[in-house]
Ligand binder design. Sequence first.
Ligand code: LLP
Length: 424
Amino acid sequence: MTTQHSLRAFGLHTPPGKSSLHMESVSLSDIAQHHGTPCYVYSKSAILQALHEYQSAFSCFPSLICYAVKANPNLSILRLLAEHGAGFDIVSGGELLRVLEAGGDPQRIVFSGVGKSIEEIDLALKTGILSFNVESEAELQRLAKRAAILGIRAPLSIRVNPEVDAHTHPYIATGLRTSKFGVSTTTARTLYQQAAALPSIHIVGIDCHIGSQITRLEPFLEAADKVLELVESLQYEGISIEHIDLGGGVGIHYRDEECPSLTTYANALQNKLKNFNGRILVEPGRSIIGNGGLLLTRVEYLKSIAERQLVIVDAGMNDLMRPSLYQAWHDIIAVGLGKTEAQIVDIVGPVCESSDVLGKDRLLSVQEGDVMAILSCGAYGASMGSQYNSRPRPPEVLIDGQESRLIRYRETFDDLVKSERIPL
Ligand code: LLP
């Protein structure tokens, strides 16, 4: 069972004399009352603290923390991070436009992804981003051609697949030999030689990303060793590398995971990078906002079936896909004080899929109408949401001390159908 002590790790507490859980100084019952449920809620101080932890751990190098926009692309979140010195890792033209609208500096943007379209490449070239993280020979050729047509030199990094097992869920491991991402070190060397001869390309860096929710440091360090080996041999061939981008951040605490320490990570890198004079980039997403966000949901019904007690809530797999897609575990707690005896229940959503289960075998005291909080949903929660079953997406609220601010409206029926209302 989650204790007050462990709740504090999520920035949550129930103040003495109050019956509702609070995020910072705001009652979550009040948020549910005011904005309705389901509703995503984020803590500004938790997000900034996570960013500052990266910035200070990596301050032993010239470094840039490029927040992975896919984790949570809300404009207000991007604006907050941009104001506090973050760069951005993007994977689409849409993410690029979001970062620009939020006031992000183009020279702090790296563009990852295996399938960049011509339109996306042109947009990023005209924007003047820091680096294209190129993932294949065909992409290098396309980038060089588009840059030549536009009369711009394209800043290039090659994404190397260091072939390291990240020991994470197979859907989010990207550094295995069979992964679609990046190129082998041998291919990378050839691509750098080709790139060096292309007048429309300017080699700026090297990049890797081995997966997400990695809870051990060894895979990161093993990947760094392989990338460094390549950097050294490239330098020997006269190809100089201005930055090393080590990809995503460390894993977070969902249940019982120990999260690697950023200072230990940075110190271990410092030893390895003694002979490298350039900049270090990292692209954390989950560890910036994952534990700083939760999803509020209300109990619609209790239902008993064969040997199981179901708690049917108003949030579903369309709002939070992680449990059904990755069998991910998120803590689920009552926001108010339980009035009934706790029992073992399954928390399920209203979506018409048997996989719409948000939590199984949880010990909870619940009754109809209670508000529950699904924890650690700040990253890959709202961003992976859909309108499946014609369910409008939930609102998002940012808490700052005693203040709460709506940063995304709850969608309406009109939002669901407006792009389909085509005059006959
Ligand atoms: N850089 C690249 C190139 C990435 O592909 C990713 C995540 C990141 C950085 C950020 O990694 P992080 O710091 O968040 O671990 N939807 C999945 C996670 C997919 C991650 C995809 N790439 C989930 O909910 O677990």
